[in-house]
Design a binder for this molecule. Structure first.
Ligand code: DQA
Length: 152
């Protein structure tokens, strides 16, 4: 798929508690760890001509800082804001600074869960959303992002 010689940099942001994947509510989020997800994305990225950087934080401000940096360094963004999906206007505002494709990612289908998870304050500022495919959704998101970057 990659046509240019230089890889495009893409960023994957994992929000709060996603560092606990594998241990955290495995019946909802599965048994795959965050390190395994990141390693799989890095490998897939190489095939797609993408250099994948992964970042996890439990802190809203750190995520905002990272999104601001992405505006100058990255060609695309996959973000699972985790619980901040439902609350963070600060993350939403930071995403509005970006002029790159942004995929909002959820491991679970947030629309089949508690009512407070049905609202995402970032979905209307993201390019697209993937939810409910389990951790496989990350690979789907990266493949979609590669196409979006190529078609720009
Ligand atoms: C999540 C869904 C959120 O509601 C939750 O707070 C998470 C993970 C998901 O990937 O399904 O931490 O974003």
């Amino acid at each position: 798929m990659a046509q240019s010689k230089e890889n495009s940099n893409v960023l994957v942001i994992h929000g709060p508690n996603l560092n606990m994947l594998g241990k955290r509510e495995p019946e909802i989020y599965g048994k795959t760890t965050l390190d395994e997800i990141n390693a799989s994305l890095e490998k897939l990225g190489k095939r797609l001509g993408l250099t994948v950087e992964a970042f996890q934080s439990n802190h809203e401000g750190a995520i905002v800082d990272k999104i601001q940096d992405a505006a100058v360094t990255q060609k695309g963004l996959i973000i699972n804001p985790a619980a901040y999906t439902h609350t963070s206007i600060a993350i939403r505002d930071a995403l509005l600074l970006l002029d790159i494709p942004v995929i909002e990612l959820h491991i679970s289908n947030i629309y089949k869960r508690e009512p407070f998870r049905h609202t995402s304050v970032i979905s209307d500022v993201a390019t697209a959303q993937i939810a409910g495919f389990g951790v496989q959704g990350y690979r789907m998101a990266l493949e979609a992002l590669a196409r979006m970057i190529q078609n720009r």
